[in-house]
Design a protein around this ligand. Structure first.
Ligand code: ADP
Ligand SMILES: Nc1ccn([C@H]2C[C@H](O)[C@@H](COP(=O)(O)O)O2)c(=O)n1
Length: 254
């Protein structure tokens, strides 16, 4: 049985009793097995957050050209095809029946991305295990589309994972966009499963993101937040990415 202890950072890494999960440019992980500590350096993690079709994948594609960054887009292809089944499509057709199926699988695939071994010193991820729970599961539950028992089971899983496994995030980049813009872009992208998404759905997701990352009134925010306005056209977005490049790559919102 492995015990994970996440330790500090800056100059000399020292063993500590509590998990420190944010605000650091890189972290050092000690895995304790039998009588031996094994030291690993874990890459810093930047999560790109935002509404559906706000431009996260486009942003990640832009930064994928930067050296020393490994970009991990959301594994949507897995969500559309797990052993021949399409939980994403099923969820949009009947959220009450299939919401837990999709979100259980998303929780697993996001955990896998957080923990995956990469060779670069920096990991840039699309969303996180945190937004999966605080935004999408929460939205299904609050809108009355997820039965209480399903929400309870997912919550127990989430709490177990986050209390027993260190999932450090160093910076959240929030692509803040209006639900209207997202709706336009979503129609343009034309993903089959998403054709039935109404504007109201994007408004609900937007509100949950604002409460979490701007007002900070709903759930724990696991890292500093850098807000980038995402309603602009692509050229202006690239300018904004360049203006914020240093902050993003240093994992800092200041
Ligand atoms: N700044 C932008 N202006 C106009 N269209 C955009 C912009 N950013 C992305 N798009 C387009 O909007 C759609 C959704 O973008 P995408 O990056 O896939 O969003 P997300 O990953 O957040 O769902 C895509 O068709 C993409 O080409
Ligand atoms: N926890 C989640 C995460 C994503 N989705 C849905 C929303 C979209 O239809 C699709 C991909 O998201 P995008 O990258 O386009 O913002 O997956 C979900 O239902 N639950």
């Amino acid at each position: 049985m492995y015990m994970y202890i996440l330790c500090s950072i800056s100059s000399t890494a020292s063993l500590c009793n509590t998990c420190i999960t944010s605000h650091f440019n890189y972290a050092t992980l000690f895995t304790y097995s039998s009588h031996m500590y094994i030291l690993h350096t874990i890459p810093s993690t930047i999560c790109i957050e935002g509404n559906i079709a706000s431009g996260k994948t486009t942003c990640l594609e832009y930064f994928s050209k930067t050296s020393n960054i490994e970009v991990l887009t959301e594994p949507v292809s897995k969500w559309r095809n797990v052993r021949g089944h399409n939980p994403l499509g099923l969820m949009y057709q009947d959220p009450t029946r299939w919401g837990i199926t999709l979100q259980t699988y998303i929780q697993l695939t996001m955990l896998d991305q957080h923990l995956s071994t990469i060779s670069a010193p920096m990991r840039m991820m699309e969303r996180s295990i945190y937004s999966a729970k605080y935004i999408f599961v929460e939205n299904l539950y609050r809108s009355g589309k997820m039965p209480e028992v399903d929400f309870a089971v997912l919550s127990e899983w989430f709490e177990w994972i986050t209390q027993n496994i260190a999932i450090p995030v160093d910076l959240i980049v929030y692509l803040q966009s209006s639900p209207q813009t997202c709706h336009e872009r979503l129609k343009e992208r034309c993903r089959e499963e998403e054709k039935i998404i109404p504007l109201e759905y994007l408004e609900a997701i937007h509100q949950l993101y604002e409460d979490w990352l701007i007002k900070k009134t709903s759930f724990n925010v696991p890292a500093p937040v850098l807000v980038i306005s995402a309603d602009d056209d692509l050229q202006k977005m690239i300018l904004q990415y360049e203006e914020n490049r240093e902050k993003i790559l240093s994992g800092s919102n200041v």
